[in-house]
Design a protein around this ligand. Structure first.
Ligand code: SAM
Length: 308
């Protein structure tokens, strides 16, 4: 079994300061590392609702956290559905929320999941394996312009157009079936190798985001995400690339503003009121020691708010 090393655990627990009798939402349960610490900190009767889109992650987390019994409720769902699930449970709102975005090491390192350009596998990349759309469908059927848009918008890939063109030329000869075939095309087009970065890093990130609609799911959650929190409840979100971090930063700033009217408006007309207090003006990042021990933590950024 592959293990996932949780990121910024101490910092998340300090922010959420779990306590007995409280309820928490872990929207990205993964290997259960953050939830485990929340459950330990909220004994004997604190509860966690853990969501994940990936059945395999849920199985690993359920096993790891089995000693907490019914204090963990684990469900297959996107965190974008969190408010509905809280309502069904009769919880309505929680004392703390953690989202630790992206994919886990268990997913990246599983050969058959197709997330990694380092492992030859079929082009899959679905977190939820009951979903129809996978990376192969995108690579083999989307238009050149659509592929270019995905690589540019979700991968910030400077050679998006040339890569899209090369993929379309290649798939006319033969369907692109594997991560290795895709990585080979990207490497051929890009030639240059940035230090420490495989040339296909951004294209694989972009495809993964497109397959799992990661940004729109996060936007759906952030639209009214503050409603998942009780007054004085706290939310911590860890992101791993600038596109996610920008969405989180913008939403948290909006929630912390008293009014959304344009500047110099004499009387407020927006009807908005302040929802939350910013707890992190600048994002918290992992220490050099954490990055040394777990290089996958290197791009993590943690932001947090407190519901008013
Ligand atoms: C970085 S891992 C979380 C690791 C976890 N915090 C731990 O300490 O073990 C991210 C997890 O979130 C899941 N995930 C990503 N986007 C999701 C979404 N929109 N809804 C639910 N789960 C999601 C992935 O399937 C993956 O298992």
């Amino acid at each position: 079994m592959f293990a996932h090393v949780s990121v910024l655990v101490r910092e998340v627990i300090e922010l959420l300061s779990p306590g007995p009798g409280k309820r928490y939402l872990d929207g990205t349960l993964g290997g259960g590392g953050h939830s485990e610490q929340i459950l330990l900190g909220s004994g004997p009767d604190g509860q966690v609702l853990g969501l994940d889109r990936d059945d395999e992650a849920l199985a690993v987390a359920r096993e790891r956290l089995s000693r907490f019994g019914t204090r963990l409720i684990a469900r297959r769902a996107s965190f974008a559905q969190a408010r509905d699930i809280l309502t069904i449970l009769g919880w309505h709102a929680v004392d703390g929320v953690i989202l630790d975005l992206g994919i886990s090491s268990m997913q990246i390192d599983s050969p058959e999941r197709g997330f990694s350009f380092r492992i030859a596998a079929s082009l899959d990349m679905r977190m939820d394996r009951s979903q129809e759309l996978d990376a192969s469908r995108i690579v083999n059927s989307y238009s050149e312009a659509e592929l270019e848009g995905i690589f540019r918008d979700y991968g910030e890939e400077p050679q998006a157009r040339r890569i899209a063109r090369a993929i379309v030329a290649e798939r006319k000869l033969k369907k692109l079936e594997t991560t290795a075939a895709l990585a080979e095309i990207v490497t051929r087009v890009k030639k240059s190798r940035q230090r420490g970065h495989h040339p296909a890093t951004q294209v694989f990130q972009a495809l993964r985001i497109a397959v799992n609609q990661e940004l729109s799911e996060l936007e759906r959650f952030l639209d009214k995400g503050y409603e998942t929190l009780q007054p004085a409840g706290r939310m911590a979100i860890i992101s791993f690339h600038s596109l996610e971090d920008r969405l989180v930063k913008t939403a948290f700033r909006k929630w912390s503003r008293a009014c959304l009217c344009p500047p110099r408006t004499l009387r407020c007309q927006c009807g908005w009121s302040r929802k939350a207090k910013l707890l992190t003006r600048k994002p918290i990042v992992p220490s050099p020691a954490e990055i040394d021990a777990n290089p996958r933590a290197r791009s993590a950024k943690l932001r947090a708010v407190e519901r008013i």
